[in-house]
Design a protein around this ligand. Structure first.
Ligand SMILES: C[S@@+](CC[C@H](N)C(=O)[O-])C[C@H]1O[C@@H](n2cnc3c(N)ncnc32)[C@H](O)[C@@H]1O
Length: 245
């Protein structure tokens, strides 16, 4: 059978297996996906972001990343619907083969990323989460949305779990603890594809200021803009060339 005109031999090999059985051009409109997103956003509307510390005396400043994750087990902290749609648009347009997400939580942002991958017919999402209960729930949510085939959710600290993800990485969503976004980006940088997009959520938080200073300094190799969606997302394109102002 002849290939469709837009389909290269590479995409034919690596296409997401979800695609052949659907005629729906926008996976976000599929009833199963809408139902899961509606349920998750409704639950997230009740978020109480006060950490439930497992031992006394802890604070956000003194706790480890794991302790913060476990104290936030009941909290969704998701991207907004508009933020999710922005991610969907960016992944559709960029057509990444490898997408990395830092901070899965209950899988809301992962659903948007994987929906776009499914509609592109190529690519895979690797997402990582420190809290074990959230990993199980996120996997179940992606199953229920019938999107589990194009995503791997890793349990553990992103600083370890993402170490062996081979490059080139074409798209990154940074949505874990904000003080780890910059070190995490630095650890992925040598594996970023030229033209990779890196998106960070919640740029209005002071704890992201070091990250923003870095990606907005052209000598670090990014072209970066703030996008005004809900709490703000920073979209940065890796040029592959440092030291140019
Ligand atoms: C803001 S929430 C993520 C929300 C998710 N992206 C969404 O839109 O549904 C941040 C999540 O990152 C996780 N996290 C924080 N630091 C992490 C780390 N070092 N490694 C893996 N996961 C981490 C937290 O446990 C928390 O569930």
């Amino acid at each position: 059978m002849p290939k469709k005109q837009h389909e290269t031999s590479r995409t034919a090999v690596e296409r997401c297996p979800l695609i052949p059985n659907t005629n729906v051009a926008n996976t976000l409109r599929r009833p199963q996906v809408k139902a899961v997103l509606d349920r998750l956003f409704a639950a997230a509307a009740h978020d109480d972001e006060t950490p439930d510390w497992l031992r006394p005396g802890l604070s956000w400043e003194t706790a480890t990343a794991q302790e913060r994750a476990d104290a936030s087990e009941a909290t969704y902290m998701p991207i907004s619907r508009k933020g999710g749609e922005l991610l969907y648009i960016l992944v559709r347009a960029r057509r990444p083969k490898t997408v990395v997400e830092f901070g899965t939580s209950y899988g809301i942002s992962a659903i948007y990323l994987v929906a776009a991958i499914a509609d592109n017919g190529i690519g895979h999402v690797v997402s990582t989460e420190l809290n074990g209960a959230k990993v199980l729930a996120a996997r179940a949510n992606l199953e229920e949305a019938r999107l589990a085939e194009c995503v791997t959710i890793l349990l553990g600290d992103a600083r370890t779990t993402l170490k062996d993800i081979p490059g080139p990485i074409d798209f990154v969503l940074l949505d874990g603890w904000k003080d780890l976004c910059l070190p995490l980006l630095r650890s992925l940088e040598s594996r970023l594809a030229v033209g990779a997009l890196v998106v960070a959520d919640d740029i209005n938080l002071p704890s992201l200021s070091g990250y923003l200073d870095y990606v907005r300094d052209p000598s670090n190799g990014y072209v970066s803009v703030a996008f005004p969606v809900e709490d703000g997302m920073e979209i940065s394109c890796w040029t592959g060339e440092r030291g140019v102002r």
